[in-house]
Design a binder for this molecule. Structure first.
Ligand code: 4HU
Length: 456
């Protein structure tokens, strides 16, 4: 810890960095609790995964945005008892401001939409890939950060938006080699729960809290859920009615329960019809027990799970038409979106043997065989780089044998040797490491593809 003047460990907020204490031994080289490093071999996998996220988002015509990881705490203070807000990574900064590391991206999106107001052409289709945080007591040893891919559609009231979002999720799964036999997407609609609660006379203001509690059904024993509902004032008979509705497993039974005028039934039927058009109906499972744990969902909700049910949700999302109103907006703007974390998907791909192992490789290794030729070698490397090649320029005096092994280790296609006698003839030696051929080549030929240097 950094000591303050008195030499005592600095207390939170007193973190003034003064004279570094005399260090006894090595610093702790591990990252902070609950966080991960991404050394190159892990960063290559992360770049591959994020590349797939971005490729799908682009295929759907979405634009990328980002916002600070640090947000005002007020963006996330909600009174619905959600785990995500109870584990907020929040603190007071040195200016006395209440701030938080974002636990999700949706509130930041809402803030940007409000910031733009009428200037934002609708519908807006935005995506982001951002690090999100939670502060969980390490008793459960779970991570405190993850990266989340979000896609959101602003300004489309119909389930056409949700169908497009589900199509993007399915395209991602297909791109990485998963099938509808591996993954199912459970779909429901919070209006199911809303209708049942209304039938039992539960006041609308309890709706969000009831959803957050009912969402715990697949994590907590039923009696614990019933206890939390009772504490909310939900009568035992209502709980039986609610839990009974959540056991339904087809739309016809739901229509029988909620009646032919039910909005939930109409929206779900429309969604299935659109899914058939896209061709991903096989991925969908109607499951009214899906409510999701975020208070602000108002309509469709969905989550993707491995069909074996061994893992936590791969991704989840839904419609949240009233979020802007909770931030003070006067008119409601329809919004729908999903969040897709970077952890469960990697576990699933690893289990299925679908995880790529992208290696580090370069196109060319350039090595001067004499120190006097180092400027020449640098010029060749620059020309090759301008021509789009990735080039490892050997920076120290090395023998050919070492350079050869180094080029092999880097998976290089060519080893370019800059030697005195060849250089005098305006040439270099190029070893093709795939064909095991070697030939002398004029520098002009080797660097022919190079773009001219930028105009001075
Ligand atoms: O999905 C909940 C969540 C939020 C922030 C960080 C982590 Br790890 N997990």
């Amino acid at each position: 810890a950094v000591a303050n003047e008195a030499g005592a460990p600095a207390k939170p907020g007193e973190g003034k960095v003064t004279q570094p204490v005399e260090r006894k031994g090595m610093i702790d080289t591990q990252p902070p609790r609950g966080t991960r490093d991404f050394p190159p071999e892990d960063m290559r996998l992360r770049n591959w995964l994020f590349g797939e996220f971005a490729a799908v988002s682009t295929a759907f015509g979405f634009e990328q945005f980002d916002a600070p990881v640090l947000e005002s705490e007020e963006l996330f203070v909600r009174k619905a008892g959600e785990e995500i807000t109870e584990q907020l990574y929040n603190f007071e900064d040195k200016g006395g401001r209440r701030v938080a590391l974002r636990p999700e991206l949706t509130p930041s999106l809402a803030r940007l939409v409000l910031q733009r107001g009428k200037q934002l052409p609708l519908p807006a289709k935005w995506f982001a890939i951002g690090q999100c945080w939670r502060y969980e007591r390490m008793t459960r040893g779970r991570r405190r950060e993850h990266y989340q891919w979000n896609m959101d559609i602003v300004g489309v009231p119909g389930v056409e938006a949700e169908a497009e979002l589900l199509a993007a999720i399915v395209m991602f799964f297909q791109r990485v080699g998963l099938t509808a036999a591996d993954v199912g997407i459970k779909v429901s609609n919070r209006k199911v729960l809303q209708s049942v609660l209304t039938q039992y006379g539960v006041p609308p203001e309890s709706f969000a809290k009831v959803c957050v509690i009912v969402d715990k059904l697949d994590k907590l024993p039923r009696e614990k859920v019933e206890e939390e509902l009772r504490a909310l004032g939900v009568a035992a008979s209502t709980i039986d009615g609610v839990l009974g509705a959540l056991q339904l497993r087809d739309l016809e039974a739901l229509a029988a329960l909620l009646g032919p005028e039910s909005e939930a039934v109409a929206e779900l039927r429309k969604l299935w019809e659109l899914a058939a058009g896209y061709g991903f109906q096989d991925w969908l499972v109607f499951d009214p027990s899906v409510v999701r744990g975020l208070a602000y969902y108002t309509g469709t909700v969905f989550e993707a799970r491995d069909r074996a049910g061994q893992l936590r949700a791969i991704c989840g999302g839904g419609r949240y038409d009233k979020l802007l109103a909770t931030f003070g907006a006067t008119d409601n703007t329809p919004m729908a979106g999903f969040g897709f974390g970077d952890a469960v998907i990697v576990e699933l791909l690893k289990e299925r043997g679908l995880l790529p192992a992208p290696g580090h490789r370069v196109d060319d290794v350039v090595v001067p065989l004499d120190g006097a030729l180092r400027p020449a070698a640098a010029g060749i490397a620059t020309a090759l780089r301008r021509g789009g090649r990735s080039v490892d320029l050997v920076l120290e005096a090395k023998k050919m044998k070492w350079a050869f092994k180094h080029a092999e280790k880097l998976g290089a296609a060519r080893l370019v040797l800059v030697g005195t006698s060849e250089w005098e003839r305006g040439a270099v030696v190029v070893k093709d490491l795939a064909k095991f051929e070697q030939k002398e080549m004029p520098v002009a030929e080797l660097t022919a593809g190079a773009a001219p240097p930028p105009a001075a």
